[in-house]
Design a protein around this ligand. Structure first.
Ligand code: GLY
Length: 371
C-alpha cells in the first residue's frame, strides 16, 4: 500500500494485536483494534512470558530463526515502550536452565553453538549455584541458555495497548466481530456487535478464536490448546533464571512468586482450572525443587493457545485481498509479538519484503475452501 495511509482494522487486542497497532500507528497508519473483551483478557494475560526460542528447538528452521530474531528485538522494543508509557514490563534477560534427571538423555545443542548462540553444559557445583542449591539431588545435568529471557505479559500487553493509543490508534473494547465484509472477493471490513466497520485492510489477530467459527471467507485451521498455570508465593525471589524439567517450567517473578507451567490440553474452549492439573504441576515442581513444597499456594489460571496443525503461526496476506493474518502463535505468542508486528506492518505499508512461505495460510491449501 502506498500514498494515503490506509485504514487498517486489527481484530483481537492481545499482545500481537496491540503491538501491531502501535507499530502501524507509529508509521502514520490510521488503525483501529477491536476486542470483544479488553486487551490481554485471553492468552496474553494468561501466559507465563518466557522468551525461549533456543531451549525447545531441535533443529534450525524458519521458525527457529523467527524466534531468535524476535527475542533479539525485545531489548529495544521494551526500552521504547518504557520511554513512551513509563511502564516496567518485567523484562529480564535471566537465562533458562533446562534440567534432566538421571536416566534422561541430554539434548544435542552443538548446532546452536555452530550458529554462534550460547549454550552452557552444567553439572555438579555450577548447576547447584544457579538455583541457590535448591535443585533436587536427582538432577544430574542441565543446559543453561544465558540469552533466554522473560517478560510479564500482562504488563507488556498494557504497555503495548497504551503505546498504540498514544501513537493515535483507536482501541475499541467489548466489540465482537461476527463476520467479514467481502465485496467482489475483497475484504472491506467486518460486521460487529455494533454494526459494520469498513476498513481498507483487516488483520485477524484473534488468537484461539481466529477461525471465527467458519465466518471467515476461508478456512483457518486453528484450535485452542489449554494451558494451566499455578502461582506459588515465597518470601523472596528464590532464584533468578527460568528453570525447567521435561514436565514443568518454573518462572520466578521479582515479587517472590513462582509460576509453574503449563499443561497442554485439547479440550475445546473450556478454560477451567482442574484439580488434576494443579496437583500434577505442583508435584512436578516439587520433584525438581523440593523446597517449593513449602511455598504458599497463590492462584491458578488457564489460557487458550491458538494452535495450527503444524504448530507454526499464520502470518501475512491471504488469497482474499485485504485480509491478513497474525494468528496461530501457539506456545510462542509473547516471544513472536515484536517480529509479527514488524512483518505485518511491513506488508501493509510497503516495507521490506521477506519470504513468509513457511507461515503463509496457503500452506494449508487445498483445505482452504474459499466460501
Ligand atoms: N510458552 C510456554 C507455554 O505455552 O506453555
Amino acid at each position: 500500500m502506498s500514498g494515503r495511509a490506509p485504514d487498517v482494522l486489527v481484530v483481537g487486542g492481545g499482545l500481537i494485536g496491540c503491538a501491531l497497532a502501535a507499530e502501524l500507528a507509529g508509521r502514520g497508519v490510521d488503525v483501529t483494534v477491536l476486542d470483544r473483551d479488553e486487551p490481554g483478557a485471553e492468552a496474553s494475560g494468561a501466559a507465563a512470558g518466557m522468551l525461549t526460542p533456543q531451549s525447545e528447538a531441535q533443529a534450525r528452521d524458519a521458525f527457529f530463526d523467527l524466534g531468535i530474531e524476535s527475542r533479539g528485538m525485545y531489548p529495544r522494543w521494551i526500552a521504547r515502550l518504557s520511554d513512551e508509557t513509563g511502564m516496567d514490563t518485567g523484562y529480564r534477560s535471566c537465562g533458562f536452565l533446562q534440567c534432566r534427571f538421571a536416566g534422561e538423555t541430554a539434548g544435542d545443542f552443538e548446532w546452536q553453538r555452530a550458529l554462534g548462540l550460547r549454550v552452557v553444559a552444567e553439572s555438579g557445583e555450577t548447576l547447584g549455584a544457579r538455583t541457590g542449591g535448591r535443585l533436587s539431588p536427582h538432577v544430574n545435568g542441565a543446559f543453561f541458555f544465558p540469552d533466554e529471557a522473560v517478560v510479564d505479559p500482562r504488563l507488556l500487553t498494557r504497555a503495548a495497548w497504551l503505546s498504540a493509543l498514544r501513537r493515535g490508534a483507536r482501541v475499541r473494547t467489548q466489540v465482537a466481530v461476527l463476520g467479514f465484509v467481502i465485496e467482489k472477493g475483497i475484504c472491506r471490513g467486518v460486521e460487529t456487535s455494533e454494526g459494520r466497520v469498513p476498513a481498507g485492510a483487516v488483520v485477524d489477530a484473534a488468537g484461539a478464536w481466529a477461525a471465527f467459527e467458519g465466518a471467515l471467507p476461508l478456512r483457518l485451521p486453528i484450535e485452542p490448546v489449554r494451558g494451566q498455570i499455578v502461582a506459588l508465593r515465597l518470601p523472596a525471589p528464590p532464584f533468578d533464571a527460568l528453570v525447567a524439567a521435561s514436565d514443568v517450567y518454573l518462572v520466578p517473578r521479582p515479587d517472590g512468586s513462582v509460576l509453574l507451567g503449563a499443561t497442554m490440553e485439547r479440550v475445546g474452549f473450556r478454560k477451567a482450572v482442574t484439580a488434576d492439573a494443579v496437583a500434577r504441576l505442583i508435584g512436578a515442581a516439587a520433584r525438581l525443587m523440593p523446597s517449593l513444597g513449602d511455598a504458599v499456594f497463590a492462584s491458578a489460571w488457564s489460557g487458550l493457545r491458538p494452535a495450527t496443525p503444524d504448530a507454526l503461526p499464520v502470518l501475512g496476506a491471504s488469497p482474499v485481498p485485504g485480509l491478513y493474518f497474525a494468528a496461530g502463535h501457539h506456545r510462542n505468542g509473547i516471544l513472536l509479538a515484536p517480529v509479527t508486528a514488524t512483518i505485518v506492518a511491513d506488508l501493509l505499508t510497503g516495507g521490506p519484503k521477506r519470504d513468509l512461505s513457511a507461515f503463509s495460510i496457503e500452506r494449508f491449501a487445498p483445505a482452504l475452501h474459499l466460501a
